[in-house]
Ligand binder design. Structure first.
Ligand SMILES: Nc1nc(=O)c2c([nH]1)NC[C@@H]1CN(c3ccc(C(=O)N[C@@H](CCC(=O)O)C(=O)O)cc3)CN21
Ligand SMILES: CC(C)C(=O)C(=O)O
Ligand SMILES: [Mg+2]
Length: 279
């Protein structure tokens, strides 16, 4: 059965931890779905971990719609959340509504997320009123990397902690069904989680949230430009891939590949006839 806003909120109410990972392609999304992970975020982190850009600002509507549609096709259980790229929710309520609708109608995702601050509460309400499920996102907003002066923890001092708490409360009030806490001290997200009635999902937000999220290439060991300190690498698939490609190269050079098992056969008569005809 496919997860819905209701089943995710039920998990939170029954104290069952919610699991979430990012995905950008069909085979990975299918494995995440089949593993029973509750939610997938098609993050604009794909600009970095899939497309090789230094930050998320180059993600576009076209890029996100393509990856979202691909991931959505792989998921018959996992709830799929589209991350709205920078520039898609900044220019007024109507344009934001139109862009949110495209994720639902064209890519067939189950919900949208964007890096909303206090300036985006009216837009959040407008999308919720359209009937689209919305996820909030507080703490580190990677799309604000320029203004923040780097991708770093948020909410350690009074001003930024107040921003995290007040934005989370305002987003809940605006109707989001869950909120992602990114790079926030564990004590602060635990405090806000208790204050809220909706699930909180941590990516570097500590164990006190209702669920956990990681960027899948970090989990698999597939992205080696950098890894945030909160990410846990469960496997070293990057090293396995490197060894595999080296082995393939060696086998082609040595003639070991392709052997008989990986080649097609034909009858000697046909070949002899061809040789006769063409010399
Ligand atoms: N591979 C990857 N994993 C992520 O979790 C991730 C992305 N990319 N891209 C989008 C955002 C950006 N995020 C990030 C990226 C880096 C740090 C990081 O390296 N922080 C340092 C501190 C840096 C500083 O203080 O200047 C750390 O030690 O965690 C944190 C969050 C989380 N997201
Ligand atoms: C880091 C998570 C929350 C995200 O927004 C992304 O993967 O783009
Ligand atoms: Mg993002």
């Amino acid at each position: 059965m496919k997860h819905t806003v209701k089943t995710i909120q039920k998990m939170r109410n029954e104290n069952q931890p919610i699991t979430m990972l990012t995905a950008y392609d069909f085979p990975t999304a299918k494995k995440i779905n089949d593993a029973g992970i509750d939610m997938i975020l098609v993050g604009d982190s794909c600009a970095m971990v899939v497309h090789g850009h230094p930050d998320t600002l180059t993600a576009t509507m076209d890029m996100m719609l393509l990856h979202c549609g691909t991931v959505a096709r792989a998921c018959d259980r996992t709830m799929v959340v589209a991350d709205m790229p920078f520039g898609s929710f900044q220019y007024g309520v109507e344009e934001t509504m139109r862009n949110a609708a495209r994720f639902v109608t064209e890519a067939r995702v189950d919900a949208v997320k964007f890096e909303a601050t206090h300036n985006h509460i009216a837009k959040t309400k407008a999308i919720v009123e359209m009937g689209i499920a919305v996820v909030g996102h507080v703490g580190l907003h990677p799309q604000a990397v320029g203004a923040l002066g780097g991708l770093k923890v948020q909410g350690k001092d009074m001003d930024s902690a107040r921003k995290v708490v007040s934005e989370a409360l305002a987003l809940q009030e605006a109707g989001v069904f869950a909120i992602i806490f990114e790079a926030v001290p564990a004590k602060l997200s635990a405090y806000v989680t208790k204050k809220l009635d909706i699930p909180t999902i941590s990516i570097g937000g500590g164990p006190g949230c209702s669920g956990q999220l990681l960027v899948t290439p970090d989990v698999l060991g597939l992205y080696d430009n950098f890894t945030p300190s909160f990410a846990k690498q469960y496997q070293k698939f990057g090293a396995i891939m490197l060894d595999t490609f080296k082995q393939y190269k060696e086998e082609v050079i040595s003639g070991e590949f392709p052997g008989e098992a990986h080649s097609y056969k034909m009858s000697d008569e046909v070949l002899e006839a061809i040789e006769k005809e063409f010399g």
